[in-house]
Design a protein around this ligand. Structure first.
Ligand code: ZN
Length: 161
């Protein structure tokens, strides 16, 4: 079940990638583009006569080696990582369930503490597919239909033992 949702989510993200690739400020990284960008940043660092693009790379990105693995980070923000498209689902799932299935804004606030390229749009797609949120939404809708005031009798009749 979980896997089919993850697949659906990733399909949506790939679509978003395709759209974004047409614009210059694409913040989504496939593994391939991630590796390429790290390579470009390294090359730019070594280049003695930097091109405009290389200067852009150096303004935007830096590389941090974490346990021998090179990670792309936002320039000047040591703990601000760029993540790849395939990492999005598990990262958002962890943050979103960690805050008790909060909404888009809460989930976003949690993720931007650590990640440089997880947008509200991506989180919106995730939450739309979150089974627990869908369930809660439908439950809230049902509750609204049968809502009635809570009387003291309701409390008294319950056992708190
Ligand atoms: Zn949820």
């Amino acid at each position: 079940m979980e896997n089919s949702i993850e697949k659906k989510f990733n399909d949506e993200i790939i679509k978003l990638c395709d759209d974004n690739n047409k614009s210059s400020n694409n913040s989504l990284f496939t593994r391939e583009r991630y590796r390429e960008t790290i390579g470009n940043v390294k090359k730019a660092k070594l280049s003695s006569k930097k091109t405009a693009l290389q200067r852009y790379f150096l303004r935007q990105y830096d590389i941090l080696s974490v346990a021998g693995i090179e990670k792309l980070i936002r320039k000047g923000d040591i703990f601000f990582y760029y993540c790849t498209v395939d990492e999005l689902y598990p990262l958002i799932r962890t943050a979103h369930s960690g805050i008790g299935h909060g909404g888009i804004h809460k989930t976003y606030k949690e993720l931007i503490k650590q990640f440089a390229n997880i947008s509200r749009e991506i989180i919106r797609i995730f939450i739309q597919m979150c089974e627990q949120c869908i369930l809660r939404k439908s439950r809230t809708a049902t509750t609204k239909l049968v809502v009635r005031p809570i009387t003291s009798t309701d409390f008294n009749s319950q056992s708190f033992a």
